[in-house]
Design a binder for this molecule. Structure first.
Ligand code: KMH
Ligand code: ZN
Length: 272
């Protein structure tokens, strides 16, 4: 089994300082959270950015500032900007960070409800357009799948060469509108991808660490962070993303799985 890649999703678009005062908004806060998460064992930073008042933005200049600030503190970390942004954003808005040629970016593989009245829109043509732009800028997509049908979509588009290269999935389990975070549904997702593909598991809310444990023992990789969960344990807010990463490292340690450095992560993901 390969070493474990830990992704820290440090910021997100939905969670705010009202939910957890440690959620980073400013460039400095985002860079500090990224650095601490990296020091704790994260090799990938899944990045959303905010205005200073917390408003989510996909502004290219804001991403550039955050990239620079993160790279100044941890030059070898893999930065994976979101192209999901926040619900309601246009495709053009969402695609902006891709033209900065990051090593990776998220590629959301279908439309789903996203709690309450929110709909996260990713039509087939949008996915094709996003994948084409990622190819143009030499960006590896992380195939974000909130449901099994999104895996089917990604594989169909890979079959038509809209998506090429090594396939790396992110199973996001437990969104209110996506597939549930249960061992059965995790296995359904895992067994639906090609044997030579790699995958990360993102469990939402209290499912974060149970799903991480399943990923660790089954050869997958793990995503943790404020985007997905703000609690270290029941009723205890995490003080930082680094605390969540450290808990994933402890789990991996107990289960006998080593932690990948960024350069090991690049090898596992065929990025290098
Ligand atoms: N904020 C969600 C609507 C991604 O980063 O690619 C979408 C999201 C997915 O977070
Ligand atoms: Zn995201």
């Amino acid at each position: 089994m390969s070493k474990l890649i830990i992704t820290a999703a440090i910021c997100g678009a939905e969670v705010t300082k009202k939910h957890n005062p440690s959620v980073p908004y400013t460039v400095e806060e985002i860079a500090a959270e990224a650095e601490a998460a990296y020091a704790a064992g994260a090799s990938i930073i899944h990045l959303h950015v905010r205005e200073d008042d917390g408003t989510p933005t996909q502004c290219k200049e804001r991403f550039q500032k955050c990239f620079d600030a993160i790279k100044a503190k941890c030059p070898d970390v893999i930065i994976q900007p979101s192209t999901g942004g926040a619900t309601g954003m246009t495709a053009e808005e969402r695609l902006q960070p891709v033209s900065l040629s990051p090593e990776m970016a998220s590629l959301d593989c279908g439309t789903c409800n996203f709690g309450g009245d929110e709909i996260f829109i990713n039509t087939e043509n949008m996915i094709i357009e996003f994948a084409a732009k990622m190819r143009e800028y030499n960006v590896m997509p992380e195939l974000e799948c909130f449901d099994k049908g999104m895996i089917d979509m990604a594989l169909r588009l890979a079959g038509k060469n809209h998506i090429s290269g090594h396939l790396h999935f992110n199973f996001v389990l437990g969104v209110n509108g996506g597939i549930s975070a249960t061992p059965r549904d995790f296995l359904f997702m895992k067994e639906s991808i090609p044997k030579d593909a790699t995958f990360t598991v993102t469990g939402i809310g209290r499912a974060e660490f149970p799903m991480a444990a399943l990923a660790i023992i089954s050869g997958g990789h793990v995503r943790v962070g404020f985007e997905d969960n703000i609690y270290l344990s029941k009723g205890v807010l995490a003080k930082s993303n680094a605390e969540l990463v450290a808990k994933a490292v402890r789990l991996a340690d107990e289960l006998g799985r080593g932690i990948a450095t960024p350069s090991e992560a690049r090898e596992i993901l065929r990025l290098s």
